[in-house]
Design a protein around this ligand. Structure first.
Ligand SMILES: [Zn+2]
Length: 121
């Protein structure tokens, strides 16, 4: 489920995924899919569906992690809060790179300007 929020750097509104781990519905559908795959492959219900169920859980968790990670990054300024916690300089370089790319695009500068933070002197 997507949640509405704001970018921590440019304060522009954005949508992101709040859940980054499996929920019970994902587990249930992984189990159902494993039973279906096992029945189609062997035409009987056997214990081999547990292996398929485990693989389904691993793949579903990986997909959810990647989806959450991609949704956290701001599409307008490129700010990545997870990277900022780990390495502030690298996060700053990525934001600068994204803003330099954005400066070259005149349409975005005119019609969708960013309200970037500034330091008071
Ligand atoms: Zn942003």
């Amino acid at each position: 489920m997507k949640t509405r929020g704001f970018c921590a750097f440019c304060k522009s509104p954005k949508w992101y995924y709040a859940h980054k781990h499996l929920k019970w519905t994902h587990t249930f559908f992984s189990l159902l899919l494993a039973l279906c795959f096992n029945y189609v492959a062997t035409f009987e219900f056997g214990p081999s569906f547990l292996f398929i169920f485990g693989m389904n859980l691993i793949v579903a968790e990986m997909i959810l992690q990647i989806r959450w990670r991609m949704s956290v990054i701001c599409q307008k300024c490129g700010f990545d809060p997870v990277l900022y916690v780990k390495d502030q300089n690298l996060a700053c370089d990525k934001v600068k790179q994204k803003l330099d790319e954005r400066k070259k695009d005149e349409i975005k500068n005119v019609f969708f300007p960013l309200k970037l933070p500034f330091r008071k002197s």
